[in-house]
Design a protein around this ligand. Sequence first.
Ligand SMILES: [Zn+2]
Length: 323
Amino acid sequence: MAFKNDEYYMGIAMELAREAADDGETPVGAVIVKSDGSIAGKGRNSRERSRNALCHAEIAAINEACQVLGGWRLHGCTMYVTLEPCPMCAGAIINSRIDRVVFAACDPRSGSAGSVTDLFKLGYCHRPELSSGIMEQESRKLLKNFFSELRRKNQKMSGIKTVEAKTSEQIKKIAAMADEIWHEWFPSIISEEQINYMLDKFQSESAVTHQIEHENYRYFIIMSGGEYVGYTAIRPDNDGRLFLSKIYIKKEHRRKGYGKAVFGYLKEICRENGMHAIWLTVNKHNDDSINVYKKCGFRIIGEDVTDIGSGYVMDDYFFQLDV
Ligand SMILES: [Zn+2]
């Protein structure tokens, strides 16, 4: 059997990734090929189904190849994998002495062959040759479709729909919801004057428009059964975190699990865009919100007092949720 080209074997790995997606798993597939072109091992992600953090595509393929070849040394073998290996898999590749690794798409979140770190350059006992970018677009598309489909399903299950605010009508609706919710929620925490000052400065139609157009913010209207139930605003930061700027649910729609559904939606946005955490600021006296964030897995990472002008300050905790 003659060795075929990289695209051919990556195509097989891509097929395995598709299989994983059909099974509800993040689509990643891997195949290990001997120097004579024969396939020694195949694997695909099965972390959800196995309920096991070790069940990555590369580990499954290495496992099979070791059995097929009757030893732990996979000298002369090439691994084709649809996504850049994580630290665990990069470690397993080093330990199994695979000669060459070819991956399709980079993984900015946990890729350890150049994205977050490059374990193959750190001077371990074995250094595989590395190629990337083969069928990158296909892999990216597969991942993107998988996450958007997952988001659609989750939203359907949770009963919410998020609509990104783009038109002035939608932004007006957000400003109106802010006015209603802030005047109902904040009087026990900050003065009426400060509420009005902050609404004008941060949540008026012109302020929101400015944030969207010039400050990289995205606003989403949260809907359920055709009703407006609240809104949320996010901003992707350069350090790989998603800043959750606002999340407000109207009074009559609280305690229905909508907030939790929005967090689920934001986590998917993070995963899809290779971000590793969601962070937010919350007023130190906003006990109810603090409790909700803690319940959702957020932890305090800092605190600060910010001067917002006109003699007002924001006395906040910083919370973070790792995704
Ligand atoms: Zn892995």
